[in-house]
Design a protein around this ligand. Structure first.
Ligand SMILES: [Zn+2]
Ligand SMILES: [Zn+2]
Length: 351
């Protein structure tokens, strides 16, 4: 059995605003209009082939995910994992779930794995999903085995992605069937992770991570992490970042997550706050996250560049320019051994 990751969509919430153009996303290409979504696919044998697919798990399903799936292998996944409940990550859930319900002889419900807070928000947004999906709770920091795929496990680690996204989480996916099998991290959207010290050790096992790179430069009010915390003109720490951290103490961000949270969440956050009473050890950029985890392969997704243009007067880039710019920054900051890609929709990576 070999594992593959396919990018079903790489875009942010609104890749091209109506009435505009974007250098990264071609508005005439439907695949470019897809929000960030992935498939973890198990194939018999060494090479990827649609004929040898044994199982497929989809991570997030937003705009254009289902049209992409219809064009690529056209099969119903065994289960769905959700990072958070924003529309660009869940609008495709209904179509996938109804496909299963209408085509299975026993009107089966689609298995969805998500945190409890994410489940609540999904059902507030699309209440009728209650009748089409069955939720499996991902408890923070706890490895859950996926019933539909023997040996596959997923762990949710809470992240901060603003007040409108309680329960947002990054997902570590491991294939425990084989001790050497590498794992992969999908960060989903985040401004910063709520990771305890022990979690960094767990996450560092990942061979690849797909990380939110909405902006190149810090603009925390966007609730998205940036590639660097430095200002473009002089390399000093962004004023927007310093100001935001001063106005939003870490304890308050944690408390926002806990408003409707269950006991598992509270226990996880008690420990997190004991270890982090300020932002000193919390990564606020892709580069800081790479330094802390040492993950050797990074895939930048969910790019927008909107805040770079608006708040720093820095150009929005196309795929090649973003990749070149990010690689150069890695090289000058001692992260030379990291392999960095900016994948486009449809790219398949062997794990
Ligand atoms: Zn998003
Ligand atoms: Zn989001």
């Amino acid at each position: 059995m070999s594992l593959f990751i396919r990018v079903n969509g790489c875009g942010n919430a609104w890749p091209v605003f109506l009435g505009t153009e974007h250098p990264f996303y071609d508005r005439m290409n439907a695949d470019d209009m897809g929000s960030a979504s992935y498939a973890v696919i198990g194939c018999m044998g060494k090479n990827y082939s649609p004929r040898t697919i044994e199982w497929e798990i989809i991570i997030d399903a937003g705009h254009n995910t289902v049209p992409f799936l219809l064009k690529n292998e056209n099969r119903i996944p065994e289960a769905l994992f959700l990072t958070h409940a924003h529309p660009d990550h869940i609008t495709g859930v209904d179509w996938i779930a109804q496909s299963l319900k209408y085509t299975s002889t026993d009107s089966r419900k689609l298995p969805v794995y998500a945190t409890d807070l994410c489940r609540q928000q999904v059902l507030e947004t699309i209440p009728h999903l209650m009748n089409a999906v069955v939720f499996n709770e991902l408890k923070p920091g706890r490895k859950e085995f996926v019933k539909e795929v023997p040996g596959l496990a997923v762990t949710a680690f809470p992240v901060y992605h603003g007040e409108s996204s309680q329960g947002a989480a990054m997902l570590l996916v491991e294939y425990a069937q084989d001790a050497d099998a590498p794992s992969v991290l999908f960060t989903g959207d985040l401004l910063f992770p709520f990771l305890r010290n022990e979690d960094y050790a767990t996450i560092s096992k990942a061979k690849v991570m797909y990380i939110d790179c909405s902006n190149r430069f810090s603009y925390p009010a966007s609730n998205h992490i940036s590639f660097t915390t430095s200002k473009p003109e002089n390399g000093k720490v962004s004023n927007y970042l310093e100001e935001w951290q001063y106005k939003n103490p870490v304890e308050r961000c944690a408390a926002l997550q806990l408003k409707d949270a269950n006991e598992d969440y509270r226990r996880y956050f008690d420990r997190f706050i004991q270890e982090n009473n300020n932002y000193a050890n919390i990564p606020f950029s892709v580069m800081e996250f790479l330094k802390k985890t040492g993950i050797p392969i990074v895939q930048l997704v969910h790019y927008s560049g909107y805040h770079d243009l608006k708040h720093y007067r820095q150009d929005e880039l196309d795929q090649k320019a973003l990749q070149k710019w990010a690689k150069r920054l890695l090289a000058v900051t001692g992260l030379k051994n990291v392999r960095l890609d900016v994948p486009k929709t449809g790219i398949i990576l062997k794990l």
